[in-house]
Design a protein around this ligand. Structure first.
Ligand SMILES: Cc1cc2nc3c(=O)[nH]c(=O)nc-3n(C[C@H](O)[C@H](O)[C@H](O)COP(=O)(O)OP(=O)(O)OC[C@H]3O[C@@H](n4cnc5c(N)ncnc54)[C@H](O)[C@@H]3O)c2cc1C
Length: 327
């Protein structure tokens, strides 16, 4: 039973992993969606992407996101539907709501899973998530509680393909949301815009700069410049953000954003474990660093030992040529 918590791409990834697990377990796959004016057609679209049942909750209190109302609606639905497994995306909403729901249902929850499998002996869910700052992966099982709950890291699962003609049911369910119950409230909302127009979380290509970039001008020219040419997002190490070269919202790592793009280009980044915790699952990593012993080369598929100032201008020029020629 997946719910994405705000990202359309994540919904398809949850449907992909949910369908696989449901097939392995011989169970049906349900989707729970929350909103204020969702239609049956939107539910049918999820069925075309692999769901067997779609449960829709429409309520005016769900028109904008609030942790209390989303958690209360999800909790009430789960108490009624009694799923064996409940998955959410590790989006901003998923990170908020999943722990609240897990606590209220008195069940276990594994956050930020990189993979989910079924234990052949017990048919329980094996939830695989990074530990020790991303240096190891731990396998968790929720043996005694129900539902088994996990949030899934974006871009770690194959999205479910659309299949015309799939059959399934769409059901609208009611919940009782009490506007007077507020355990939390917004104090302030500060959006950290990722520069370059493409969001870090959903970018297929991320170009990140480290402290070795040396200045804000260099970051804008080299890192944002390369990201812009490639249609990707600009990222940064914590040291680069702390130095004021990059905006704080661009930070990638343990205490920043976690990304899994197809291509991650690390420029003048040493490769501290806390940085790798946020980008180590990228499909291909290219590192440019003048220190041949830099740790980043241990996770890089391609490495260039050089001063970035010599490499990056020709890299950006070549990318511009290739993008211009449509290759
Ligand atoms: C609790 C905690 C949480 C943290 N969370 C994060 C996090 O989320 N994200 C994160 O990134 N860090 C995090 N850190 C910080 C982390 O430990 C490192 O300090 C940080 O990642 C280092 O950033 P850096 O590689 O840019 O800088 P440095 O370690 O200073 O490395 C700079 C690199 O640039 C190279 N370089 C310099 N000049 C050039 C040049 N001209 N051309 C090519 N290469 C050059 C150098 O050889 C060096 O390898 C955290 C630390 C702690 C304790």
């Amino acid at each position: 039973m997946p719910a994405n918590g705000g990202r359309p791409g994540m919904t398809l990834e949850l449907l992909g992993v949910g369908r696989r697990l449901a097939n392995e377990l011989g169970e049906s796959l349900s989707v729970l969606v929350l909103g204020d004016s969702l239609t049956e057609a939107e539910g049918r679209d999820l069925i075309a992407h692999g769901a067997d049942k779609v449960y829709i909750i429409n309520d005016p209190m769900l028109s904008t996101y609030h942790p209390d109302t989303f958690a209360a609606a999800t909790e009430q639905a789960l108490r009624r539907l009694q799923p064996n497994i409940f998955l959410m995306g590790r989006s901003e909403i998923g990170q908020d709501v999943a722990p609240m729901v897990g606590f209220r249902l008195k069940t276990g929850l594994a956050m930020d899973c990189l993979d989910l499998q079924v234990d052949p002996a017990t048919k329980k869910l094996i939830m695989i998530r990074p530990v020790y700052g991303g240096n190891a992966r731990a396998h968790f099982m929720c043996t005694d509680f129900s539902p088994q709950m996990a949030t899934v890291r974006p871009k770690t699962q194959d999205p479910a393909p659309r299949q015309e003609g799939r059959q399934g049911s769409v059901e609208f369910i009611d919940v009782a949301l009490d506007p007077s119950v507020k355990r939390s409230d917004w104090v302030a909302y500060e959006r950290w815009e990722s520069t370059g127009g493409v969001s870090l979380a959903s970018a297929e290509i991320v170009v990140s700069g480290g402290r070795g970039i040396g200045s804000t001008d260099a970051y804008q020219q080299t890192i944002e410049g390369a990201a812009g040419v490639l249609g990707g997002a600009a990222g940064a190490s914590k040291a680069c953000c702390d130095a004021g070269y990059a905006p704080p919202g661009n930070q990638v790592g343990l205490t920043g954003q976690r990304v899994s793009p197809k291509l991650y280009v690390a420029v003048a980044i040493s490769g501290a474990s806390q940085h790798i915790a946020g980008m180590g699952t990228s499909k291909a990593i290219v590192a440019i660093n003048k220190d041949p012993d830099a740790n980043i080369f241990k996770v890089a598929r391609y490495g260039v030992v050089a001063d970035y100032k010599q490499v990056m201008p020709s890299f950006i020029r070549k990318c511009q040529e290739l993008v211009g020629s449509g290759e």
